[in-house]
Design a protein around this ligand. Sequence first.
Ligand SMILES: *Cc1c(COP(=O)(O)O)cnc(C)c1O
Length: 209
Amino acid sequence: MIKENYDQILNEIGEDVTVIAVTKYHSTEESLEAYEAGVRNFGENRIEGFMEKREVIPRDGEMHFIGTLQSRKVKDVIDDLHYLHSLERKSIAKRIEQYAQHEVKCFIQVNVSGEETKHGLEPSAVKDFLETLEKYSKVKVIGLMTMAPETDNEDEIRNCFKTLRELRDELSETYPSITELSMGMSNDYKIAVEEGATFVRIGSKLMGR
Ligand SMILES: *Cc1c(COP(=O)(O)O)cnc(C)c1O
């Protein structure tokens, strides 16, 4: 089933967009099934899940942390962390610099929709935040991440993704390494890809309910 889902998603979005299998509600067996189906990028939003999955995913699988990370937990995940999607505090960058043996590719999480329940910086705060990160050589900011608003209104969702893309375009003039957009989940990844997503984070649609 995961194989069929994955092939269908690849058919829809093409090979240029990286599909991250969000395995947070699924077992290590199901994660390995996704690996067998060709998935090479895995996302978890909790430390426990991240540790459990990284133990079984073969070495060419890349691990993405997509949830809120507490600074005191950075050292627990750092050795196997390829991508962090939720950078929004300097304290996290500081810990990465302190513990990482390698560069960590990071997305700044941006709260485009303004919903209070959502994490992330206000769009207008990203530029200043990037300046504070310049001294951390192991923190490599490669792009921006957002979550769409809780709505069925496609225009609102599209606008959110579009705003993130425009912010990326603007910032990349000063920071050429900022090229990526992590946006789109099971219900909205097609819109996200139309608006320029380069990474989509897909849970239920790929892994099953
Ligand atoms: C759970 C989660 C996803 C995937 O959600 P689905 O709707 O199951 O695709 C993507 N991104 C983040 C940050 C998540 O927490």
